[in-house]
Design a protein around this ligand. Structure first.
Ligand SMILES: Nc1nc2c(c(=O)[nH]1)N[C@H]1C(S)=C(S)[C@@H](COP(=O)(O)O)O[C@H]1N2
Ligand SMILES: [Mo]
Length: 324
């Protein structure tokens, strides 16, 4: 398997935040369906013409409402079907509907997360270990993709701060890095060199300690669907969606700012902070407005995605144009 380094990827391949793969071949291969003969439209192609909302899963017990959740009169949540059929999860393909069509192969049980680096409680923890004693909360958050679309998503999760405290970071720990799953057997997208796999994201430790930053395990009160990053994914609502690493398998505390996947692949377009900021355009498009999935007219994008009052203190004295 030849894996191209990001430097070898022609710029044209990343220009649309996606790789141009032959969609029909991709989905056929991913779904394990034999290629149809020339000119023959297979049933599978008709079936796979659009995203498939996730089947409903197990209900999560004891989920509490959180005061940090958006109130229904503030924002209307997107539907289960919208949230589970329009996804970015490039390990399952770069089209918005690909993850919903092929992520069902992802094996999420058993699941464990390696905790390492600058912390006292290093180790390999099962998802049950991680959730032991943790109170799950519903957090209805705005979600703003760097591609200028948005949704409102009722996550179920818990503050990352709870996991960080249990891990007991050392005094040297200033950043936290999240690494996500790469599985060649179930993830057809990792054969495409669109990013260097695994997908990696990072936060400053004080950002990760903020009460709004959560690890999500559910959606609409049910177990997180695979296309949304089951069984454990990051959600940082004041940052662009790509900070929300899916299907996390490793958490590392470090003294140095981690290199995140999108910055590595296109540093002229994506930075480390990636705070939602309508005043700093992407080099190829404006970030001043966004299309809410399900709506026709564009909305104005809000500073820090509407969470400025809560989070701007984290960035006092930081030049947000330089540190995008
Ligand atoms: N592992 C992994 N995590 C990922 C991505 C990805 O391609 N791979 N895409 C990111 C992007 S660009 C967005 S907008 C969100 C989408 O999350 P959602 O599908 O639950 O809305 O996941 C983020 N996390
Ligand atoms: Mo995104």
């Amino acid at each position: 398997m030849l894996i191209k380094k990001p430097a070898d990827i022609p710029y044209s391949e990343v220009t649309d935040h996606k790789l141009y793969v032959n969609r029909r071949d991709f989905i056929r291969a991913a779904a394990g369906v034999a290629a149809a003969g020339a000119g023959v439209v297979s049933i599978s192609e008709t079936l796979f013409a659009a995203g498939q909302p996730a089947p409903h899963g197990r209900k999560l017990d004891g989920v509490k409402k959180s005061p940090l959740s958006l109130a229904p009169e503030q924002e209307k949540a997107n539907t289960w079907d919208q949230i589970t059929s329009y996804n970015n999860y490039y390990e399952f393909g770069t089209d918005k509907d690909s993850p919903s069509l092929v992520a069902n192969k992802l094996k999420t049980e058993p699941w464990s997360v390696q905790v390492e680096g600058e912390c006292a409680k290093k180790g390999n923890y099962s998802l049950d270990d991680i959730l032991k004693g943790v109170a799950l909360e519903e957090r209805i958050y705005r979600h703003r993709c760097v591609e200028a679309w948005s949704m409102v998503i009722p996550w179920v999760g818990f503050p990352i701060s709870e996991l960080i405290k249990k891990a007991e970071p050392t005094a040297k720990a200033k950043f936290i890095e999240f690494t996500t799953l790469v599985d060649y057997a179930t993830m057809p997208g990792v054969r495409q060199p669109v990013l260097r796999w695994p997908y990696v994201e990072g936060l400053r430790l004080d950002e990760a300690m903020h009460p709004l930053a959560i690890l999500a395990v559910g959606l609409y009160g049910e177990v997180l669907p695979k296309q949304n990053g089951a069984p454990l994914r990051l959600v940082v609502p004041w940052k662009y969606g790509f900070k929300g690493a899916k299907s996390i398998v490793r958490i590392r505390f470090t003294d140095r700012q981690p290199m995140n996947s999108w910055q590595e692949s296109a540093p002229q377009e994506y930075g480390f902070y990636s705070n939602v900021n309508p005043n700093v355009d992407h080099p190829r498009w404006s970030q001043a407005s966004e299309r809410r999935i399900g709506e026709f007219f564009k909305r104005k994008t809000l500073m820090f995605n509407g969470y400025a009052d809560q989070v701007q203190g984290l960035y006092a004295g930081l030049d947000l144009k330089r540190n995008y």
